[in-house]
Design a protein around this ligand. Sequence first.
Ligand SMILES: [Mg+2]
Length: 189
Amino acid sequence: MKSSDKRQKGLAGAGATWGMFLKVAGSKTDTHGSNEEEWVGFDLDGTLAKYDGWKGIDHIGEPIKPMVDKIKKLREDGVMVKIVTARVAPKKRSDGTVGEDFVKVEWNGKKVNKFAREFIAEWCHENLGFCPEIVHEKDHSMKELYDDRCKQVLPNCGVPIENVLKKLLRLEARREPRTAALRRLVLVE
Ligand SMILES: [Mg+2]
C-alpha cells in the first residue's frame, strides 16, 4: 500500500469526511437539553493575555489584540462571552483550606485578601472595557472555547485538526493544489 493510501485509509477509518472538516468551525452547538443561553469561552493566559510563565495571581500579561478584538466583537453582536481560566479554580491553599487563590494586599492601612478573580476583573475592565463572567469550567451551554492549550478534533473521529493542517502544509510544500490536498486527506466518499 502506498503511503498516501495509508493516510487516506487512516482518516477514513476514523470517520472523517470532507464536509465535516469544512463545517467544524461554524458548527451549531447541541446544548445537551439546557435552556440556558449559549456562551463562548475565552481562556486568559496565552489567549487573551500574553503569558511567559507563572508570576502569581497578581500578574496578568499584556492584552493580545486579535483575541481582545474577537471577544469585544462577539459581545457587541449580543453573544454571551465568559472568561474560562484555571486561575479561579479551587485549589488547596498553604493554610490547608480549599478555594480560590488570593494574596494579601494593603487596603486602607490594613492587610486584606484579594482574590484571583478581582485581579482578572481589573484586567478585563482595563483591556476589554467590560468584565464577563469568570469561570473555570465548561457547562452544557458553552458553544465554543478559545484556548491556547486546546486541541480541536473533528467530531466523532478522533482526528486532531492540527494534524490535518500539518499534513496539508507538507502537501502544499510539494506544490499540490490546496483543494486536492485537503480532499486527499479527509475525503472518504
Ligand atoms: Mg492558556
